[in-house]
Design a protein around this ligand. Structure first.
Ligand code: PAF
Length: 283
């Protein structure tokens, strides 16, 4: 595996592969602190393309709190080992200066969709995500870029950006990867104490409850389902502070009053101790 730190060098390789019709490239954008969820993204990338690039960049533009950025876990040595073991060809780890040099002024914003849900709680977050992902795509020029369903709103927004701007890349997604007990894998999970981790399970359990209410009790109304989600999370323990729970269309992120099978997302976000966690399920 080759480790590349220079944006210029990565641009040159990306451009050369793009010119070669025989070679396909998949990009797995990450902020490092890799876990089994990232391993699945990498496996997906490897199943699709000849060359897999894992980018590792803790993107300051998408953090809305200094402390969150400072506390974000960083494990570069372990990340490189995991990628090497999984047969990744290129590990792209640019510096902040190289990605966003002094005088950097340009941003990408998918308006409206970016103001809902996560965007309401973390203003400017998706502008940061879109800017860095667009730049990573321009640098590496991949045929595929791979993301997880765990960041459901991010996925909808990035697909929209690619469509709106006619970017020649296929966005692929894999289901959320969970620990045995159901907790969605996230780089932030390592920041949870044992007790907080236990209480964090309420997010997944609340989403499972929705599945039960819909499939076994035929409850399809947003209000009733959200009430069940909120009361489950609010009674889960003293460390949990629910940020939002909502039921929306998978494609437009508009709130829906009645579950539409095949087009529904139930999303939750909560602070567990100081750690912000999100989860969602598809119906
Ligand atoms: O999903 C993430 O880890 C980040 O938002 C991404 C896509 C790597 C952009 O920094």
């Amino acid at each position: 595996m080759e480790v590349i730190e220079s944006v210029q060098k990565m641009c040159e390789l990306g451009a050369a592969w793009r010119r070669d019709d025989e070679i396909t490239v998949a990009l797995v954008p990450t902020m490092g602190a890799l876990h089994a969820g990232h391993a699945r993204l990498i496996e997906k990338a490897k199943s699709l393309a000849d060359i897999t690039i894992v980018s590792s960049f803790v993107n300051p533009l998408q953090f809305t709190e200094e402390k969150d950025l400072a506390d974000y876990p960083r494990t570069p040595k372990e990340d490189k080992k995991l990628c090497k073991d999984l047969g990744v060809e290129y590990f792209f780890a640019p510096s902040g200066e190289d990605m966003f040099p002094p005088g950097f002024l340009t941003t990408a914003n998918v308006s409206y969709l970016s103001t809902k849900l996560e965007g309401e709680s973390r203003q400017g977050h998706f502008r940061g995500v879109c800017t860095v992902v667009l730049k990573l795509i321009h640098i590496t020029q991949p045929d595929y870029a791979i993301f997880g369903h765990k960041d459901a709103q991010q996925l909808v927004i990035l697909k929209h950006m690619v469509r709106d701007l006619c970017i020649d890349v296929n966005i692929e997604a894999i289901p959320t990867v969970r620990d045995k007990d159901g907790l969605a894998l996230s780089s932030r999970n390592v920041l949870l104490s044992d007790e907080q981790r236990k209480q964090a399970l309420c997010l997944h359990r609340a989403l499972k409850r929705v599945h039960f209410l819909v499939s076994k009790q035929g409850i399809l109304h947003r209000g009733e389902l959200l009430q069940a989600v909120r009361s489950h999370i609010n009674s889960a323990g003293d460390q949990i502070e629910l940020d939002y729970a909502n039921i929306v269309s998978r494609t437009t992120l508009e709130e829906i009053d009645l579950i539409e099978s095949g087009n529904t997302l139930v999303l939750v976000a909560a602070r567990v101790g100081g750690v912000r966690l999100i989860d969602n399920t598809r119906l």
